[in-house]
Design a protein around this ligand. Structure first.
Ligand code: PLP
Length: 381
């Protein structure tokens, strides 16, 4: 058996999604900018996808801009806030995805802007009093805080943060890559300027995403070219990807509460089993809390002689999960998220398990058996 528990990294494309995409790779291949029938066919499918997504989020189609994924959409929002909306102060946190934190560091240096990292409590939750203090300075602020943390599962109280930003006239972006398709969004009743998504996190294809830009603001092109996406993002659209993304989002919001109940049931079951069978296990951030991102469980295993090789051993046993760390050329680099909440412990391995609606209890039982066996080796002197 092979069990995939790395759904925060990416999810498999659902067969219904692949089927919807296929004709747009073969039969309906026209360039949507072409005025002939081939082009008109794909243009109409492109705009239908935009309408589908807008309807699911209760916004207008003109507020949806297609991108190559979450990273590009994060960058687009941040560039727009600084270049087009006159923000002089970036407020973010140390546990953002690299697409945000690295961009914030680079942009603040390039433009000589003030960069503030909001204080977090010991679990990694944003200190809202500190956020208000940062907002109350005179500069026009740009707040970028993620909705659901991909490593430690903390959820941002988006309505409260949006209220604070409104009070101080700040521009608000939330990276909703991990929550899109898992939580409902009603953009008529949320005061936010930007949020973004990546299709491969909700059973859509890779290399496609979108940015929601509130119609109250106007942004300039980031990628100049043929004027696609109403001039904001040049380049021939990834038609099959966009069609697949719209279908995947539609399927995510069909029976959402059933999916949520199933996934959080698996997560809570796994957490309880790990807790009772691995003495000394620690759950990072808020991930053990019932009010956390229900797809993610972050653990730190007690030290064993296998600590350095846990992920590798689990992989050999058929369990795919992640280290909550970026791995390059075989060497693990500690996660900046775990590091900033003080969860990196010497000789201990951090493992993130992340779930999708396709996982079964049988798979979790299989994974638990393997985890218990690789994590119970005695500590070497
Ligand atoms: C919170 C968050 N933001 C952004 C991204 C980047 O998305 P993409 O892979 O589509 O560039 C990811 C992907 O891991 C993510 O988890």
């Amino acid at each position: 058996m092979n069990v995939y528990l790395d759904n925060a990294a990416t999810t498999p494309v659902l067969p219904e999604v692949a089927q919807t995409m296929l004709p747009y790779l073969t039969e309906f291949f026209g360039n949507p900018s072409s005025s002939h029938a081939f082009g008109r066919k794909t243009k109409s499918a492109l705009e239908q996808s935009r309408r589908t997504i807008a309807k699911l989020l209760n916004c207008t189609p003109a507020e949806i801009f297609f991108t190559s994924g979450g990273t590009e959409a994060d960058n687009l929002a941040m560039h727009a806030a600084i270049h087009d909306l006159g923000c002089k102060h970036i407020i973010t946190s140390s546990i953002e995805h690299s697409a945000v934190i690295k961009t914030a560091e680079i942009m603040s240096k390039q433009h000589g802007l003030k960069l503030s990292l909001v204080q977090l409590d010991k679990n990694g939750d944003v200190d809202l009093n500190n956020l208000e203090e940062l907002l109350s300075t005179n500069e026009k602020s740009f707040v970028t805080l993620m909705h659901g943390n991909n490593e430690i599962a903390n959820l941002l109280p988006l309505q409260t943060v949006s209220g604070l930003c409104e009070k101080y006239g700040a521009i608000l972006h939330s990276d909703t890559v991990q929550t899109m398709g898992h939580y409902e969004f009603d953009l008529q009743n949320l005061s936010i300027h930007f949020l973004n998504a990546s299709a491969h996190k909700f059973h859509g294809p890779k290399g496609v995403g979108f940015l929601y830009v509130n119609k109250k603001i106007k942004i300039n092109p980031e990628i100049t070219g043929g004027g696609q996406e109403r001039g904001v993002r040049g380049g021939t659209e990834n038609i099959s990807g966009i069609i697949g993304m719209a279908k995947a989002l539609e399927l995510s919001y069909t029976d959402l509460s059933e999916h949520e109940a199933h996934i959080s049931g698996l997560k809570q079951y796994m957490a309880a089993e790990l807790e009772s069978s691995i003495p000394g296990i620690v759950f990072n951030g808020n991930s053990r809390n019932v009010n956390s991102l229900y797809t993610v469980l972050s653990t730190t295993m007690p030290p064993t002689s296998n600590s350095d090789m846990l992920l590798f051993l689990l992989d050999l046993e058929g369990v795919a999960c992640s280290g909550g760390s970026a791995c390059s050329s075989g060497a693990s680099k500690g996660s900046h998220v775990l590091d900033s909440i003080g969860a990196l412990k010497p000789r201990c391995a951090s493992i993130r398990f992340s779930f999708s609606r396709l996982n079964t209890k049988e798979e979790i039982d299989f994974a638990l058996e393997k985890i218990k066996s690789v994590c119970s080796e005695p500590v070497m002197a």
